[in-house]
Unconditional design. Sequence first.
Length: 178
Amino acid sequence: MFSKSKINEPGPKQAEATPAAATPSAPPSAPASDYKATPPKAKPPASVLSSDLHITGNLKTTGDIQVEGTVEGDIRAHLLTIGETATIKGEVTADDVVINGRIVGRVRGLKVRLTSTARVEGDIIHKTIAIESGAHFEGSVQRQDDPLNPGGKKAAPAAAAPARPAAAPAGSAPSSDS
């Protein structure tokens, strides 16, 4: 018994102290980590607009959209995929735009990709662009560091452009007077 009590006394005290310390910290951290880990795992799949669907109006989401039908209106999304059977008449804005179908309107995106089946009639404002052989494109292409924010980028070039001509006439005026 003497040796049994020695084994039991230090053992349970250490075992009780260790689980007691580990148990309170484990449950709070486990649910907290589960909540933190859940949103990335729980990312919903892309919303798919089927080929028989015709929408008149604007679409806005922070998620992903795959369009196979017709949309008459503006679309704002994180990842936007325009299917081969899709037709969009309006402005398209997304972080990542993959165009397989037809767009009539402006395209704004950090990454814009026109596949060989793409048909775009409108301007493309992008940070990076890829145009595959066979794609049809009528419009202008403009690179911007922040194509998703039209107001912020347009103000900077407009302010820079008048400042340069103002400096040039001032420099040429003294040479004209001389």
